[in-house]
Design a protein around this ligand. Sequence first.
Ligand code: SAM
Length: 219
Amino acid sequence: MSLEPERISLLQSLKRRGISERVVSAMNTVKREDYVPHRLHDYAYHDEPLPIGNGQTISAPHMVAIMCELLSVEPSSNVLEVGTGSGYQAAVLAHLAGDGIVYTIERFERLAQEARKRVPANVIVNTGDGSLGFAEKAPFDRILVTCSAPDIPPPLLAQLKAGGRMVLPLGRGLQELYLVCKNHEITKEAHGAVAFVLLFGKYGFSESRDGGRANRFCF
Ligand code: SAM
């Protein structure tokens, strides 16, 4: 089955939602079918999250677009993503960052290994607890967290450049997407209700309480 009609229709729906030409063009460059399990190939352009193994999900395309829009990645940006998952969002960020580098951290080694096979050359995939950030490559112009944290992890705020932007979901049941800007002071702007898998780790939720499970209905 050709995915082309569904792909074009999805990109058009993102434009109608007010997503910029720049972000839509980056998403046009990265083929989502390359990042979903083979058996779900036909669903690649459905605007919904899909399971990728280890109880985790590739985010819905509209959510990827909204997060990229809020993050406002500029060419040459040094970007950190927490929660590599399939590597799809990192690949989109890499196109927006141009000759910048995207460092992405995933807690599951298997997902990180799979993502490494797919992402463009300016994406560096690491395994570990992303709630600690990535001090070796800090500071970052932009930080994106694709799993929901209890609060802004202090290492991530410390590793964000002055003038930098961070986008992250916060909360366990009722979650909200936030844009955090680090200027003379830190501002935190809410951008609507979301449902992400949880961030587990030192500055995340505790695995012993949640069992490390993903929410089935997550972005
Ligand atoms: N950006 C991904 C994509 O395009 O496929 C979607 C990511 S998925 C919604 C969230 C990911 O965050 C999961 O793969 C999960 O394993 C990961 N995660 C949760 N806690 C983490 C942590 N402390 N450090 C790194 N990754 C974490």
